[in-house]
Design a protein around this ligand. Structure first.
Ligand code: 2BA
Length: 107
């Protein structure tokens, strides 16, 4: 068994969750925020059998769009002269970790 941890955009989350639940996958949504942009995103926890991992990743990939976002430097960065103007970063579609699960117990 594997645990899939997927960080996705909040706007993509309803479509990903709908598709996962329609196909019978269990999922938990956590409200999270990225360390770099400090913007809200969603982290999904999905426990599933090894042979279904690729199917889950395909669903996540299908419904997660890549976006570009402008990032303004913090005042301290500007004061230090590191960056003086907003820069564009590409975010997503999804950041996915697949980890082994030792035990899966429902009590
Ligand atoms: P954030 O940390 O807010 O990062 C948003 C986007 O900013 C990233 O998109 C990346 O394009 C850029 N970025 C992040 N750190 C950077 C840095 N040190 N220098 C320059 N650009 C940087 P994604 O890579 O698609 O990541 C989207 C979100 O996924 C991240 O939001 C974070 O919440 C999560 N994430 C990404 N990599 C992770 C990792 N190795 N471990 C845990 N969470 C991760």
């Amino acid at each position: 068994m594997k645990l899939i941890v997927a960080i996705i955009n909040n706007d993509d989350c309803p479509s990903v969750l709908n598709e996962l639940t329609q196909k019978g996958y269990g999922a938990t949504r956590l409200s999270t925020s990225g360390g770099f942009l400090k913007a809200g995103n969603s982290t999904l926890l999905i426990g599933t059998e090894d042979e279904k991992v690729d199917d889950v990743i395909e669903i996540i990939s299908e419904f997660s769009r890549k976006r570009t976002q402008m990032v303004s430097p913090s005042p301290s960065f500007m004061a230090e002269g590191f960056i003086s103007r907003a820069v564009e970063v590409t975010v997503g579609g999804a950041t996915v970790f697949v980890v082994d699960v030792d035990k899966f117990i429902k009590l």
